[in-house]
Structure formats: structure tokens, C-alpha cells
Design a protein around this ligand. Structure first.
Ligand SMILES: Cc1cc2nc3c(=O)[nH]c(=O)nc-3n(C[C@H](O)[C@H](O)[C@H](O)COP(=O)(O)OP(=O)(O)OC[C@H]3O[C@@H](n4cnc5c(N)ncnc54)[C@H](O)[C@@H]3O)c2cc1C
Length: 451
């Protein structure tokens, strides 16, 4: 029987453990905190839960358009904390019981490599060495804290201090305008904080389709978010009830709190990577298309693999590793196609995309057909009193095969699933517009855009 030891119980480790056990492996999962990983406890789930609360507040504030009057929501921090704890608890318990039902042995402790087939786990009771045919490393990542500031968790926060923070900031200065930064801007502005966003380039969401980023910037400006463009923070000083953020061009922002959203670093320290000969780049484990490291018996998945840092990608990598090591891989289907990963930004409006972007096509000199339909044409968008945004479909002009798409607007993260399935399954625009959807729905705009 294949003996598999997994270090790290986030989405990558859990999915690998569940599938490998289902395929007949003897699986041990080592997790030093709570099964569910940072995804459930510290990153995706609590941030999305807070955004949902902020979204409800923002919606109620706009409720006049729905025919309501005098609705002024107020945040209750202890109820919010209770809500977050409840969601995390349920998710972590259901993940643990799924693993246990598959016969996975869960060991609460810190794992490290002693050799290509040997893992040491240090628990509250001592040490145990476990032999393995295959080892999967899925220890995730944590927020990057630069050496020019100290995150004290009270005035200077990382995302992990914010679920929820000790108090709702009066004026939050967010450093970093990537996906995480803009989501926290949206979240705290919805809660009623004044927010300043420090944007190191001239566009929020650097690297995103400029048309998409422009919709978000417009929304931020409308909501009174201060955008400080072309500035890099170089120091954050906290004193008393204030923070002072200084930028490289000499500009200074005074706020009540600062939040760092400038990327993450891999949790590879103390794992024994170098000692066992696992090659890394900037601390991320180098992996091939099967997620195998430079040591053939050791795989890496999730954020530690340095591929796309998404929970969905981590789970898929975990499942593919299980299929590979248990001989279940179907030829050509056992590797993750990162180019087809859908992703979303949970702002207002939401932003989601999948597959080829217009800019990629131009860079490759590839001919594409782009069709775009605004939500303003949709009956459902008007019923929702939210006609912002659009759906864009990118297809091959010769074959009609759907190559990608972007959605900006309410429920974009849900709606992109349709385009995502089309991209993965190689469906054509004709397949989309021949589909008979429910009326009135926002999804109808996808078929309109495919026409
Ligand atoms: C603010 C924020 C919001 C995000 N939102 C989204 C989102 O909406 N959608 C999305 O798809 N992705 C999102 N992500 C990214 C997502 O959280 C990560 O990609 C995902 O958690 C990676 O999963 P993982 O399995 O690699 O590791 P993790 O979820 O980080 O889990 C790793 C686990 O390993 C354990 N561990 C670490 N070292 C050891 C050790 N030596 N021994 C034992 N256990 C160890 C840790 O305790 C942890 O439980 C977000 C990230 C952030 C920062």
C-alpha cells in the first residue's frame, strides 16, 4: 500500500489526502494548527465573509433605489466576530470529518523532512518519525512584512490582523493595490472607514486589463477613496492613536491604521528543504508539471509551489498529485492548466476573468474576436438596481471556440463559471448562445455576449 505523508492541511493538502485515501493510499496528514489551513482560517474565507457583511451594508445604503427608505446599517463588531468564528468552525469541522471518514490519520504537530522518505513530526507529546513512499509539502504562505515597518496588529496590520480588527479604523491607509489591497479597501470603505490606497504604479490592479481596472478606480473615486498613485511606501510609524505613512516621493499620509497588502512569502523555513536537496527559488519549491520537486519522492502543492496562489489551484494541484501517485492519471489530463484558472476580485463591482485576455492575444499576435455587452441592457440588472459593468467574451474568429472572458459587475465571480466551463471544455460561442437560460438572470448577458 502506498504510504503518503502530507505536511500542511490547507486546500492543497486536504484535497490530496482525500483523493489519495479514496484511491487506496495510507495517508498521514500533519497540521500544526487547524485542518482547513490559512484558506479557511486566515485568508479566503474570513476576508470574503467580511466583504459579504460590508456588501450587505453598502447595498442597504443604496436601498432607496429598491424602494426602501431610511435604512442606515451599523456594524456590530462582536456579532461580526461571532459570524466569522462560526463559519470557520463549521468549515474546519466538515473538512476534518471528511478526512477522517476516508481513513486519513491527522497528526497535530509541526512536520519537517529528515530524508526523501522520512518525515519528523514534533507534537506537544514529543517527536515521531514517519516513513513515506511519497511526501507532499503544502505548507502555504504568509503575508510579507517589509523590514521598514513593524506590524503590531493594533495600528499596523497585515490581512491576518483584520478579521475583524480590534476596532473599525477611522482612516485606514492600505499599502498595496493588488487583489488583496483592493479587496480590503472595498471592505473597510463599506464599513464606514475613510480609506487611502497607496498605488505604486498609475493603475490599481497592475497587470489587469486597463478597462477592467478603470471601472474599479471609478467606483473607488465615487465612494471617496483617496488614491495616491505612483507612490511607494517607505516607512510606517505608529504612535498613540495614529500612523504616519511616508512615500518615496516625499508624500506623507496620516491615518488611524495602516494595512499591508504587499504580497506573501512561502512557509518553507524549518521544513529541511535544503538538507534533503529540494531545490527552491525565492523560497518556493521548484516543481515540474506534475508538481514533483527535484527529489522524486517529494511533491509540493499550493502556495509553496510558487504557481498561482489561489485556493482553487491548490486543491486542483492536490488532486492531480493524488491521481499521479496512485496511477489514476488520465493521459493529458493529469496536469493543472494554470492558463485556464478562473479568478475573481471581490470588490464592488466584482471582477472575474478566465483564460486568454485581450492583452495576451495582442502580445502573441493572435487574431481574436471580442464581444462586450453591458449589464445596463439586462432586465435582471435593472431589477437588482445595479446595472454597472459588462461581460466580455474572447473567441477564436475562425472556429468560434471560447478562449476567455472577463466579467465586471454583480455576481461576476459566480457568472464566470459558465465561461470557465466553456474555456475548459473547448465550447464555442454557438454552444453558449444556443443555451436556453432562465429569464430574467444576469447569466443571459453571457449568451448575448456570445452572439
Ligand atoms: C487575504 C487573502 C484572501 C484570499 N482570498 C482568496 C480567494 O478569495 N480565493 C482563492 O482562491 N484564494 C484566495 N487567497 C489565496 C489562498 O488563501 C491560498 O492560495 C491558499 O490558502 C493556499 O492553500 P495552501 O494549501 O497552499 O496553504 P494554506 O491554506 O496556507 O495552508 C497551509 C497549512 O499548512 C500548515 N503548516 C505550515 N507549516 C507547517 C509545518 N511545518 N507543519 C505542519 N503544518 C504546517 C499551516 O498551519 C496551514 O494550515 C487569498 C489569500 C489572502 C492572503
Amino acid at each position: 500500500m502506498t504510504k503518503l505523508v502530507i505536511i500542511g492541511g490547507g486546500p492543497a493538502g486536504n484535497s490530496c489526502a482525500t483523493y489519495a485515501a479514496r484511491f487506496g493510499a495510507e495517508v498521514t496528514m500533519i497540521e500544526d494548527q487547524i485542518v482547513g489551513g490559512a484558506a479557511h482560517l486566515l485568508d479566503c474565507v474570513p476576508s470574503k465573509a467580511m466583504i459579504a457583511t460590508g456588501g450587505a451594508m453598502a447595498f442597504l445604503r443604496r436601498s432607496e433605489g429598491m424602494g426602501l427608505a431610511d435604512v442606515e446599517p451599523r456594524i456590530d463588531l462582536s456579532a461580526l466576530r461571532h459570524r466569522l468564528d462560526g463559519i470557520q468552525d463549521r468549515l474546519c469541522r466538515s473538512t476534518t470529518s471528511l478526512l477522517e471518514s476516508q481513513g486519513v490519520r491527522i497528526v497535530n504537530g509541526r512536520g519537517s523532512l529528515l530524508g526523501p522518505n522520512l518525515v519528523r513530526v514534533t507534537t506537544a507529546d514529543g517527536e515521531e518519525d514517519i516513513e513515506a513512499d511519497v511526501i507532499v509539502l503544502s505548507t502555504g504562505s504568509r503575508p510579507r512584512i517589509p523590514d521598514w515597518c513593524a506590524a503590531d496588529g493594533s495600528r499596523v496590520l497585515t490581512t491576518r490582523h483584520a478579521y475583524p480588527p480590534p476596532e473599525i479604523p477611522e482612516h485606514l491607509v492600505v499599502v498595496g493595490s493588488g487583489v488583496t489591497g483592493v479587496e480590503f479597501v472595498h471592505m473597510f470603505q463599506s464599513f464606514g472607514s475613510e480609506v487611502t490606497l497607496i498605488v505604486s504604479r498609475q493603475q490599481v490592479l497592475p497587470g489587469k486589463d486597463p478597462e477592467v481596472a478603470a471601472v474599479l478606480e471609478e467606483n473607488f473615486i465615487e465612494r471617496g477613496v483617496n488614491l495616491l498613485k505612483g507612490a511607494r511606501a517607505t516607512s510606517i510609524e505608529a504612535s498613540g492613536s495614529a500612523v504616519v505613512v511616508t512615500c518615496d516621493d516625499g508624500r506623507v499620509v496620516n491615518g488611524s491604521h495602516a494595512l499591508l497588502a504587499i504580497g506573501s512569502i512561502p512557509n518553507g523555513d524549518g521544513l529541511g528543504l535544503e538538507e534533503v536537496g529540494v531545490e527552491t527559488t525565492w523560497g518556493y519549491v521548484d516543481v515540474d508539471a506534475d508538481c514533483r520537486s527535484s527529489v522524486p519522492s517529494i511533491f509540493a502543492a499550493g502556495d509553496l509551489s510558487g504557481k498561482l496562489p489561489l485556493s482553487s489551484v491548490a486543491s486542483m494541484q492536490g488532486r492531480k498529485i493524488a491521481e499521479t501517485i496512485m496511477g489514476r492519471a488520465t493521459h493529458g489530463l493529469n496536469q493543472v492548466d494554470y492558463d485556464k484558472a478562473a479568478s475573481a476580485i471581490f470588490t464592488e463591482p466584482e471582477i472575474a476573468d478566465v483564460g486568454m485576455a485581450e492583452a495576451d492575444a495582442f502580445a502573441e499576435g493572435r487574431k481574436i474576436r471580442v464581444t462586450k455587452v453591458p449589464f445596463a441592457t439586462s432586465a435582471k440588472a435593472l431589477i437588482n438596481d445595479d446595472p454597472r459593468g459588462f461581460i466580455k467574451i474572447i473567441s477564436d474568429p475562425a472556429t468560434g471556440v471560447v478562449l476567455g472572458g472577463s466579467i465586471v459587475g454583480r455576481h461576476a465571480a459566480e457568472l464566470i463559471a459558465v465561461v470557465s466551463i466553456a474555456v475548459t471544455a473547448g465550447l464555442t460561442v454557438r454552444d453558449l448562445y444556443d443555451s436556453l437560460l432562465v429569464h430574467p438572470t444576469l447569466a443571459e448577458v453571457i449568451t448575448d455576449a456570445a452572439e
